[in-house]
Design a protein around this ligand. Structure first.
Ligand SMILES: Cc1cc2nc3c(=O)[nH]c(=O)nc-3n(C[C@H](O)[C@H](O)[C@H](O)COP(=O)(O)OP(=O)(O)OC[C@H]3O[C@@H](n4cnc5c(N)ncnc54)[C@H](O)[C@@H]3O)c2cc1C
Length: 414
């Protein structure tokens, strides 16, 4: 297990050499040796931290970098075998601004972020899942065979997004899988999922995965797109078109056939109303069907914590309502990255920084000119990322969430 520790660092509110001891209510109530539950109740020590970050993708990592810069005692919890989230699957070079690692391959970004983390302030715990959030900043954690609790003064949820699926006859056959699973197989495990693939969905994810499948030596029969135009950036579409991969708009998957695994798939054309045009079926001999039909924010932990949500189609579905500094409707619980609306790694990085700055303001409880200035810089860069026609609907959705946060009653999570 990858483990960066901060041995010897006194916890928040604790004097050097003092062991924090927090009563575990469950143990106190169920300890058979003292059924009366009187003053001999056992006390168990629960680990404490000023900030718990859940999820070690770009949002969580950027939050950890900023928090460590501000001297906040931080625990970064990620369920992957190493930190990086979606970036660990991105073999292509990113574009955009220098602050967002333009020109660097996605897989190389996590190391750069980790190198900027001040290890004396941040403990990184991998293969660690947060199963639930309780009152008083309690996190229920599972790591290997062990379950434990962590008490955090503040929490940043940076759990990312989960893939959408669509159902059609044959969709449960082996060989039909999400784009994320395919990327994990080819880019992380180096396992070929099959020989010939049909991709459903021409957003950036479908287009990029299509190109990565070609690089991995598979054939890509076609990309199907239900909308009348290609969903992703032209630069990604052109790479596939140069290799002769047809991108068929106004088309979708109808059926997958095979005995014990996918052997062929049927596609069908759609009319202007999105209805299948009978007689337009096309058959493909493929053993892999890649579903790249969108992502939705993975915000179950925020729901468990009681954060209010709002449906925003442009951000992928139900998202936790949050302020401009990323605080949710529960005080001391912040969100960052795809969990607060599915966008891009560059946005996740900025939101992670912003959330850590929000945490600093909430811990220090007084205005700090330096923090305010850094917040403004991050917000300026976020506005630039959401400028132009491509970012318009996301920008408007975020502005609605910020306004809703002002109207909401903010509850205490502690
Ligand atoms: C094919 C593809 C190509 C892309 N290309 C680009 C690109 O070129 N440029 C760009 O800017 N963006 C790109 N993106 C988007 C980018 O990868 C995401 O927007 C970004 O990774 C979101 O960051 P995040 O930190 O919010 O979430 P993630 O990267 O998804 O990280 C979240 C992490 O949290 C962990 N987690 C979730 N729940 C728990 C829990 N309960 N306990 C512990 N850990 C948990 C997850 O396992 C994951 O590791 C691409 C995405 C895909 C799929």
């Amino acid at each position: 297990m990858f483990h960066r520790s901060l041995h010897g660092l006194p916890r928040h509110g604790q004097r050097k050499g003092e062991r924090p001891s927090v009563r575990d209510p469950y143990r106190a109530r169920h300890d058979d040796s003292d059924a009366s539950g009187s003053c001999t109740e056992r006390e168990t020590s629960i680990k404490e931290t000023e900030l718990a970050i859940v999820g070690a993708g770009p949002a969580g990592l950027a939050a950890a970098v900023e928090a460590s810069r501000l001297g906040i005692h931080t625990t970064l919890l990620g369920e992957g075998t190493e930190p990086g989230g979606q970036l660990l699957k991105q073999t292509h070079k990113f574009f955009g601004m220098r602050q967002h690692y333009a020109g660097v391959r996605g897989i190389d970004i996590p190391k750069k972020l980790l190198d900027s983390v001040d290890a004396s302030h941040v403990q990184v715990r991998t293969e660690t899942s947060v199963l639930g959030l309780g009152g008083g900043g309690m996190l229920g954690i599972s790591s290997g065979q062990e379950c434990s609790t962590l008490k955090a003064e503040t929490i940043i949820l940076a759990t990312g997004a989960i893939e959408n699926a669509i159902a059609f006859p044959g969709w449960t056959l082996p060989g039909v899988m999400g784009a994320g699973a395919l990327q994990t197989m080819i880019n992380q495990w180096r396992v070929a999922p099959g020989r010939r693939c049909l991709i459903v969905g021409s957003g950036n994810v479908g287009l990029i995965v299509g190109y990565q499948l070609l690089q991995a030596g598979l054939q890509v029969a076609a990309v199907l797109e239900a909308a009348p135009c290609i969903g992703g950036y032209a630069v990604h579409a052109e790479k596939l078109l140069r290799y002769g991969v047809p991108i068929m708009t106004s088309s979708t998957i109808q059926e997958v056939l095979g005995t014990d695994h996918a052997e062929r798939a049927t596609a069908i054309r759609l009319d202007n109303h999105g209805s299948p045009i009978s007689g337009s079926e096309m058959e493909f001999a493929v053993d892999v069907i890649c579903l790249a039909v969108g992502l939705r924010p993975l915000s179950e932990l925020a729901m468990i914590a009681g954060c209010e949500h709002e449906y925003e189609a442009a951000l992928g579905g139900f998202v936790p309502i949050h302020a401009q500094d990323m605080e949710t409707t529960m005080r001391h619980i912040f969100v960052a990255g795809d969990v607060s609306g599915v966008e891009e790694a560059s946005v996740a990085l900025e939101e992670g920084r912003l959330a850590a700055l929000g945490v600093a303001s909430s811990l220090r409880k007084k205005a700090d000119v330096g923090i305010t200035a850094r917040k403004r810089e991050a917000q300026r860069r976020l506005s630039a990322l959401r400028s132009g026609p491509a970012g318009k609907s996301r920008r408007e959705a975020k502005e609605r969430l910020w306004r809703r946060r002002v109207q909401c009653r903010v509850a205490d999570s502690q």
